[in-house]
Design a binder for this molecule. Sequence first.
Ligand code: BGC
Length: 755
Amino acid sequence: MKKIILTLFTLSFILSCKMSADFDDEKEVFIEDLISKMTLAEKAGQMNQYNGFWDATGPMPEGDYQKKRYNELKNGQVGSMLNVIGVDEIYALQKIAVEETRLGIPLIFGHDVIHGYKTIFPIPLAESSSWDLDLMEKSARVAATEASADGLNWTFAPMVDISRDARWGRVMEGAGEDPYLGSLVAKARVKGFQGDDLNDINSIVACAKHFAGYGFSEAGRDYNTTDFNHYTLHNTIMPPFKAAVDAGVRTFMNSFNTLDEIPATGHKHIQRDILKGDWNFDGFIVSDWGSIDQMIPHGFARDGEHAAELAVLAGSDMDMESSLYVSKLVGLVESGKVKEELLNDAVRRILRVKYELGLFEDPFKYCNKQRSDSELASDNNMKVALDAAKKSIVLLKNNNQLLPLQKEGEKIAIIGPLAGDKNSPLGNWRSQAVYNSASSVVEGMNKYKGNRIVYEKGVDLYYGKTNFHNRVKINYDDKSDFGKAKLAAATSDIVVMVLGEEGNQSGEGRSRTNIGLPGLQLELLKEINKINNNIILVVMSGRPLDLSWEDENIPAIVQAWHLGSKSGDAIAQVLYGDYNPSGKLTMSFPRNVGQVPVYYNFKNTGRPSTSIEQVTNSGYADVENSPLYSFGHGLSYTNFSYTNFSIDTDKLGIDSKINASIEIENIGNYKGKEVVQLYIRDIVGSIARPMKELKGFKSVELEPGESKTVNFQIDSSMLEFYTYGNKWESEVGKFHVFVGGNSNITEFKEFYLTD
Ligand code: BGC
């Protein structure tokens, strides 16, 4: 019997290998055949991507600009479009591409589906705080299902930029400061978007962005120059991109910044040598919006023709919105400046992805109105959003167990401009979310009937309706509602204050130099605090804020980010203890903005500081070096104790393993979940090494009084880094291993890696 099963297994394995080999062969034959039929102009056309340029289902486009693009589309000079929304529009444009162009090559439709499409999940930085990879894969899957049901087949996500700078507004789109966690999250999100098979109706192509170094924009100013060394590039910035390639991501987007003084879009070494060379990536790279053209103001390209030449030579395959490939590439090939083979290579990559999506078989496969009606914002999808929102919340502080709230007999004042806000929790990059469609904290709290609740906004945070393109207009003058809020606080047992950033205060182009609570909110908080100190502060933000005053003066602080469609319900369930918070920060919260960049995996320096009093050491005169809340920090309503930390041997060979184990016990009164983290320090290296690096984590759930032993296997591959020899390798020597509930753990065990 066993033999038969084995034979069947072997047979099906051989068959599936053969089938996929056949698929690959057929695909490549099909593509080469198609390329052989294409004119130079059609090749340049495949490499051209336009933003949605008119209401395709209405009357013919008016005006020169639209007409020009429409004619180009009909002539096969557009390969992709972005931001075309809805089945009808996509169908109409696809019809032109397949029925009116000479070769009928279908378009691929992209859009920024960053944290949900219609159902909005927590912003990615928040969701990474769950450390729950299955959850992140699932929310990406739901987003892909909704987007594909509405006609799309490509998302510009995940953003896998590591960043250590909370001033940079785009930290909301990433997974924080750590390359190891960032790599796992990148993989989970790619798998979620692309599924097991790109040809599935609910799979969409993922895009790892922004390649590379964009998260290191100087002073956190968006689009700014970067300045980091070769080792930072390889050890910190590249790992999530490599993980995305290993997970099968089919597209990359390059970035706006310079890297080694060269605009990333024109950077041949990272695109051709590393990504397409060393990593064997055979999908395609799209430029960022206008980034080919922007090589002119960068002072790298003389003019549009030069920019197109530099970009294509460097390996940028598709031009997003510079219109330079479509207008210049033919001439560049004809004049001999660019070899036609480079265009063939780019087109081959683009056609490959279209083929894998099944677009040549059925270009209209994503255009099914019924599917769109039933999938978008379905109850099931909203359930996933609620689950994700609860798991993304981080309890920063909880003195005297002020939380969870009692369910009866209390008078609670909810105060703050964001408490009733149904729009901000949707965050930036909210795709097709309906304005004002999130549940607010007030709504969530009102579902619990046992307490008396009053709501006073206290102050306006901003004026008017906000959107992606405009600056949020912050209120700095009008305090007229302070009085009502103070009265509510004076007559209540507990005050829940909901403060923070409006949803569009973080995201692209949203850099801030002051990362405290914006507007008059801190002033309001101080006033309320004088009247009633039983305050639970709920912070909504798209980045770590400076919460130093709050930490010193407010007994309980809950970091609630921008949590998406189900924000208010999730927050209420956490405040009432129906969900015991389990999130852990993936980005350090600074003591003040002057500390930024501040991160857990720093280097020791030659003069490490241990106190503010030391003068000629690497520290500040006014604050400690440590962040206010570190990477990995996050409390629970229960407490966990860690004991019996041990390793089974202190010698590690290249092929052996060390078992590190620790006992964790729930010593509090609530069932709770804890993310147990493993860090390693490489004491001496061929380059200076970080003080700690995350190398593993496990989530454990414990009933009160229950304990478990958590084991981690350490092997030499976990000690590898990009060394002075420019290779990924481990170096023999002494290491320290730490296991615990955050990156501040000090107890360690020592071991040696031997030859
Ligand atoms: C952003 C990208 C985004 C693109 C298309 C650019 O401004 O940097 O991340 O995918 O626009 O919306």
